[in-house]
Design a protein around this ligand. Structure first.
Ligand code: EPZ
Length: 419
């Protein structure tokens, strides 16, 4: 079982490239099922979740190839299997994203229910309710969603909760539906917008992505296209927080500042100098200790829940006391329990973590529990005294492209050990 071994104490300095966004690449890969021809995707991150999605699509009959420029070619013209089996879905909840495309194009989908995960129950009731409203016959039996539809019909549908993949699934389903669909209380995340751009490049008619109301006029068929996946704002933010925590100076390039304004605002509030330019963001902490900052997570354009764990790590060694309030998921403080083992003074009261910054964390063996929690343990290890050993790092490999190479290039002492 691989582990990450991190020796704390280095100031991070230098430049790192942001990879393509995992949470854009996954729905866009699923959306290739909608096309009658070949799609070519560039800037797709090299992640376990991406390879899992490609395996899932391959089992359905999508022909997938990767060219010498690492562009992914996906041709769904000969799809003949409409099932997303449990053995794959259990490793990646985002497999639910094939439901909308399969229903829209083939009128048939058998998708394993994604189980819960460490951060919460994560139901998919809104995905199912929306597609039923579009005319699909859906039964949930033996852990599978069985969905059939002659042709989905456009509807006006208001989601009771803002759901990112729920919005994405319904938006994809609506592209081939009969008539106009209005999705209200839609998620506004940049990854939803990138998916909409991809769908429109295929010939779909999606308007309003990025606002809380998305309008889709159904068409009869969609064709292949080329698409460059947008940068990963959460990976970007993770490296910027690492710079702030280590008193360093890091520039992230091939990224976009407009994707993570709330995160940059909190970094400035912590005392970091934040500069931005064409495709890059730089944080310079100039050997200073960060100040504690209060965090409240909420759907975009508010502060992203996927950056909450990283700011718990920052607050654990910052000067002062701050609260971190998690408003999206019901159990997203698993990283706090591990940081406490490293000497962090963080108390959890319901959905609020009260962080009292300490001068120094101390290394300890810790365990990754979910994707972003595991990244926050890497950050804690980078500033802790001694050698931190992180177990169950398959969580990290799902969402961070070459994390040890990138941190090593910045001067971090981090390596993968096989035990
Ligand atoms: C997406 O998950 C992301 N994953 C998550 O990133 C991210 O944390 C989350 O959005 C919030 O931004 C992908 O895009 C692949 P939600 P998603 O549906 O869509 C409730 C990461 O680290 N809900 O927006 O599954 C749900 O329980 C991952 O990269 C329902 O009740 O999240 C939650 O409380 C982790 N019923 C809230 O909505 C539903 O049918 C928001 O969840 C759907 C969701």
């Amino acid at each position: 079982m691989d582990k990450l071994l991190i020796t704390g104490g280095s100031r991070l300095e230098g430049e790192v490239r942001a990879s393509g966004a995992k949470n854009a690449a996954l729905p866009i890969l699923a959306a290739t099922l909608l096309a009658e021809g070949e799609c070519v995707l560039s800037n797709v991150p090299h992640l376990r979740d991406v390879t899992t999605t490609m395996e899932l699509l391959g089992r359905m009959g999508v022909v997938l190839t990767v060219d010498e420029r690492m562009h992914i070619h996906a041709d769904a013209s000969r799809v003949k299997n409409f099932e997303a089996p449990y053995d794959l879905v259990k490793t990646m909840r985002a497999s639910i994203l094939v439901l909308g495309p399969l229903l829209a194009r083939f009128g048939e989908a058998d998708v394993s229910l994604p189980g819960g995960c460490a951060i919460g129950a994560r139901p998919v009731n809104l995905h199912i309710d929306g597609m039923r409203a579009m005319g699909a016959e859906i039964s949930v039996e033996n852990g599978y969603i069985h969905a059939r539809a002659k042709r989905l019909r456009g509807i006006r549908y208001s989601m009771e909760t803002v759901t990112v993949t729920g919005t994405e699934n319904l938006m994809m389903a609506a592209t081939l539906a009969d008539g106009r669909t209005l999705l209200e209380n839609a998620a506004r995340e940049p990854e939803v917008v990138d998916l909409a751009h991809f769908l429109n490049s295929m010939g779909a008619r999606v308007q309003g992505a990025g606002t809380d109301t998305i309008m889709v006029d159904g068409v009869d068929c969609l064709s292949g296209c080329k698409h460059h996946v947008l940068p990963d704002r959460i990976e970007t933010g993770t490296y910027l927080v690492a710079a702030a925590m280590t008193g360093g100076r890091v520039r992230v390039r091939d990224t976009r500042a407009d994707l993570l304004e709330p995160v940059l605002a909190k970094l400035r509030e912590s005392g970091a100098r934040v500069d931005t330019g064409n495709g890059w963001i730089e944080v310079d902490m100039d050997r200073r200790r960060p100040r504690s900052v209060n965090i409240h997570t909420a759907p975009h354009p508010a502060f992203p829940t996927d950056m909450q764990a990283q700011f718990c790590a920052l607050n654990s060694i910052a000067e002062g006391v701050a609260t971190v309030t998690e408003n999206v998921f019901e159990n997203r403080f698993m990283h706090v329990l591990e940081m406490q083992r490293m000497g962090a003074d963080i108390q959890i009261e319901g959905n609020i973590a009260i962080c009292r910054g300490v001068e120094q964390l101390t290394a300890a063996p810790v365990m990754a529990t979910d994707l972003r929690a595991s990244a926050s343990l890497v950050l804690a290890g980078l500033v802790a005294e001694g050698d931190t050993l992180i177990d169950r790092i398959y969580h990290i490999d799902r969402g961070y492209d070459n994390i040890e190479e990138k941190f090593s290039a910045l001067g971090g002492v981090i390596r993968r050990v096989h035990t």
